[in-house]
Design a protein around this ligand. Structure first.
Ligand SMILES: CC(C)(COP(=O)(O)OP(=O)(O)OC[C@H]1O[C@@H](n2cnc3c(N)ncnc32)[C@H](O)[C@@H]1OP(=O)(O)O)[C@@H](O)C(=O)NCCC(=O)NCCS
Length: 147
């Protein structure tokens, strides 16, 4: 089925909250996710038919962005959707004139780390015991807007 990429809207939040619970041990609630629908934050959703199959969100303060959430439904992984989400978020970051974008990722999350490196992020730090369930270090990654 054809996929469509659309801006993340309040009407998507309930479905995204379900995906959060499927994909993460510490999922964001629908209320927390609503932060992504409020300017200057933004997000993107991939729809397959009417179903949300992947999404990503970024918060921003002044000229600095943070990718806070990104996930693909397990039935749709390795179809290029995660890469598409990162590309669309970074294109929007460029459009908005953000200078840098940061994110944190579990040290053991090799799929996500490989994706971010491939899309231009560098590993810039380690936040010790940043995550719970299970406790784990976060690798901090940074992307720079080269214009
Ligand atoms: C990380 C995640 C978003 C990737 O989404 P996806 O739609 O499967 O990613 P893509 O199909 O676009 O893959 C892009 C690249 O990521 C890397 N990658 C993705 N899955 C991988 C895996 N299982 N093993 C190794 N590398 C992987 C590869 O470099 C891949 O490129 P390739 O297919 O050309 O080799 C997805 O695995 C996911 O939702 N994981 C659970 C939630 C999560 O960890 N989110 C990130 C939090 S920081």
């Amino acid at each position: 089925m054809e996929v469509r990429v659309v801006p993340l809207l309040p009407t998507h939040l309930a479905e995204i909250a379900v995906l959060e619970r499927i994909c993460f041990s510490e999922p964001w609630s629908e209320g927390s996710l609503s932060l992504l629908t409020k300017e200057p934050n933004f997000g993107v959703v991939v729809l397959c038919g009417d179903q949300v199959v992947a999404y990503g969100g970024m918060t921003s303060v002044l000229d600095e962005g943070s990718i806070t959430n990104i996930a693909t439904h397990p039935d749709h992984r390795r179809e290029g959707l995660g890469r598409l989400i990162v590309k669309v978020l970074l294109a929007e970051a460029k459009q908005r004139g953000l200078a840098t974008v940061f994110l944190e990722v579990r040290e053991s999350n090799q799929p996500a780390r490989a994706l971010y490196v491939a899309e231009g992020f560098s590993e810039v730090g380690l936040r010790k015991n940043f995550y719970r369930q299970p406790m784990e270090h976060a690798v901090q990654m940074m992307w720079t807007n080269h214009g």
